[in-house]
Design a binder for this molecule. Structure first.
Ligand SMILES: Nc1ncnc2c1ncn2[C@@H]1O[C@H](COP(=O)(O)OP(=O)(O)OP(=O)(O)O)[C@@H](O)[C@H]1O
Ligand SMILES: [Mg+2]
Length: 489
């Protein structure tokens, strides 16, 4: 069985590939039907619970510790880093526990008729601006939970597939050149232009904010009410927010243990406006980068539409701002919450005949010692929007016994080529330039004075960027014939 799994900050949605259709998984949760699994984790009675069980523990106050937005909490963490707010749980451990629960629910209490013995082959996705360690962690957690990952796309590419499937006949030549996906989810905002030419779905350009989403609107609501933010009060705020309609004037925030607080909706929208403006500024940035590539976003013959996906689109102030800005170009996905999952199922469906080319949407590089002083200079190894698979090489002669490489990802580079915007440090690695240390494991504490005679060694770094977004490097001392390979998650 093939599935598309949209691991979302607030909701994880699954669509299947079944006889040319792509139905959503509906779960029976204690007699209630649910079309998603919430991204909540909680310690209760000495056990880690995730999904609906965790939401119940959070709501009835029986959770000793709880976090919401699992994906956002682990997004920038190293796999074995502890998750803040959940003692004793690592990032990879939590993601794995979540997918184990999802797999169990798919087999035991779901409307899809799954063969218990057949492997579950999965197409998954991450936000277009996700650091590669998040890509690695998502794939690894799926694998450990017993799924067979087929691939990892960028979420907007999946959204574009859903658009193309509904508006164009897949496989036919598209009259429009590309679609712009606007995806305001629970934890991230992504906006991307995806090519529709031929059957090649290709990310042309992408912009977004790694940490802006519906969660921030929940926080805003609590700020307006003067209530302290905890996992439990934020969940209450989310439920209140989701009850808003375009005509709401007052909003009741029910915290359970006291009188509901009445909030003025117009004042709330005024507080939300800077966040909405920040998303529109990203769309402007995306349009500017399209113009740089010779694509005119104002040409309606080329632009298939601005496709609105994700739950944030249901926030009335967002929908209103987008309609004011884009007018008839705006197209609301029929199932905004499910668009990404359905697109992933399409990508997993061999009969849909879609070909996908993905691109790196972040800059990835390493800090190197400058020639003078102890300054550090950023060496951008892989540029934003380059398509994988790609191999990049660096050669040099070292002047120290140990190479300490500090990797970094970021959303943009300034004019001098130095990193700005959404910096995410990746693992540090150490490599023995000095052949006398070739077999040594612990290199971080070795004294590292300058020794010019080491320049007799030629070092070669070979970076490999895979189609799934994973990056690895092989470092070799070519003069002495030894090397090491590192996975840069
Ligand atoms: N009716 C509504 N009004 C306002 N906001 C809503 C409404 N319904 C859902 N949302 C918000 O949409 C967000 C969830 O959207 P979505 O399911 O697209 O996110 P996700 O895929 O889980 O997150 P991400 O894509 O960021 O990982 C939540 O913040 C949720 O509260
Ligand atoms: Mg999403």
């Amino acid at each position: 069985m093939r599935l598309g799994i949209d691991f979302g900050t607030t909701r994880t949605v699954v669509a299947a590939v079944q006889d040319g259709r792509h139905p959503l998984a509906v779960f029976d949760d204690d007699g209630e039907f649910r079309d998603h699994v919430p991204g909540i984790a909680a310690w209760q009675d000495g056990a880690l619970r995730v999904g609906w069980a965790a939401e119940r523990a959070l709501a009835d106050g029986s959770a000793e510790h709880a976090i919401r937005s699992i994906k956002r909490a682990i997004g920038a963490l190293a796999p074995d880093a502890p998750v803040p707010g959940l003692p004793g749980v690592t990032a990879l451990g939590l993601a794995t526990a979540f997918f184990v629960e999802l797999r169990a629910a798919l087999h035991a209490r779901c409307t899809l008729d799954l063969d218990p013995d057949a492997p579950l082959e999965v197409m998954a996705a991450v936000p277009a601006n996700a650091p590669s360690r998040q890509r690695w962690l998502t794939l690894e957690a799926l694998r450990r939970a017993g799924f067979a990952p087929l691939g990892l796309l960028n979420e907007p590419t999946a959204g574009a597939l859903d658009f193309a499937h509904r508006h164009l006949e897949l496989g036919r030549k598209s009259p429009k050149k590309y679609v712009v996906v606007y995806d305001l989810g629970g934890g991230t905002f992504d906006t991307s232009a995806v090519s529709l030419q031929g059957r090649h779905f290709e990310l042309i350009a992408s912009a977004g904010l790694a940490r802006l989403g519906g969660d921030d609107f929940d926080q805003l609501l609590l700020d307006a009410a003067g209530v302290e933010a905890t996992a439990a009060t934020l969940e209450r705020a989310r439920l209140a927010k989701e009850s808003l309609t375009p005509t709401s004037r007052k909003l009741l925030l029910d915290l359970g243990d006291r009188e509901p607080i009445a909030l003025d909706v117009a004042a709330l929208y005024a507080r939300a406006q800077p966040l909405i403006d920040a998303t529109l500024a990203q769309v402007d940035g995306l349009f500017a980068s399209l113009r740089d590539r010779g694509i005119d976003p104002d040409d309606p013959r080329e632009l298939g539409g601005i496709y609105l996906v994700g739950g944030g689109a249901a926030f009335p102030a967002v929908a209103r701002a987008l309609r004011a800005r884009f007018a008839r170009k705006l197209q609301l996905a029929p199932q905004p919450f499910a668009a990404t999952a359905i697109g992933l199922a399409l990508a997993a469906d061999p009969d849909a005949h879609v070909l996908i080319r993905e691109a790196v949407t972040r800059h990835f590089g390493v800090w190197r010692e400058a020639d003078a002083g102890d300054d550090k200079v950023f060496d951008p190894l892989l540029g934003k929007d380059t398509a994988g698979p790609i191999v990049v090489e660096r050669r040099y002669r070292p002047a120290h016994p140990v190479g300490h490489l500090r990797f970094l990802e970021c959303g943009a580079l300034d004019a001098a080529g130095q990193p700005v915007q959404d910096l995410v440090p990746c693992e540090d690695i150490y490599f023995p330039y000095d052949p006398a240390l070739a077999d040594r494991d612990e290199l971080a504490t070795v004294p590292n004075p300058r020794r010019t005679e080491l320049m007799a060694n030629e070092i070669v770094e070979t970076y490999t960027y895979g189609r799934d977004g994973a990056i690895s490097v092989r470092i070799e001392n070519r003069s002495r014939g030894y090397g090491r390979t590192y996975q840069l998650a």
